[in-house]
Design a protein around this ligand. Sequence first.
Ligand code: A4P
Ligand code: MG
Length: 164
Amino acid sequence: MIRNEIAYLSLGSNRGRRAENIRRAISQLRDQPDLRIKAISSLYETSPVGFKQPLYLNAALKIKTSLPPEKLLECLKKIEEDLGRHPGPRWRARTIDLDIIFYGRRLLRARNLVVPHPQFRFRRFVLIPLLELSPRLKDPKTKKPIGQILANLTSPDQKVRLKK
Ligand code: A4P
Ligand code: MG
């Protein structure tokens, strides 16, 4: 039996009914036997990072789980698959993205799973919801408080606003 670990997840959607997609992902996570949701951040509307695409809704979750990291990833991929496909072959775009940001204080570098998530330090859309959940949280790799990482970020083009 694995000891329960605290993990932080990032959720994002920019296709279809974005808030509904996030709500459904959370509801599916709630139904998982080996996982408990401890806290859910607000929803944030965020400008897309990377190529040009519609605005995202993003949120973060704090969970407690007995699933080892690779099983947690499998579980997230399954939920993405369940939610991400409209019927019909044309609409295969994923409507939900579920990423593992932290898994306890572990540093993982497998082919299919890197934790902490390699991009999170550059992403206001991840850092701001995380900070809302756990203001004192530290990056297990650099040991820096996430508030400090956010404060040092120079990316004014990354707009993140609370979704009412
Ligand atoms: N993978 C490795 N490490 C992880 C991890 N810590 N958590 C692997 C989750 N997955 C991880 O991911 C591709 C592969 O990454 C997975 O199969 C897994 O084995 P994916 O979710 O299938 O594809 P993706 O999301 O398109 O790729 P990636 O690299 O995860 O993209 P990102 O980094 O998630 O970026 N802008 C805003 N404002 N908000 C967003 O949410 N999201 C993206 C997607 C781009 N721009 C955005 C947002
Ligand atoms: Mg992803």
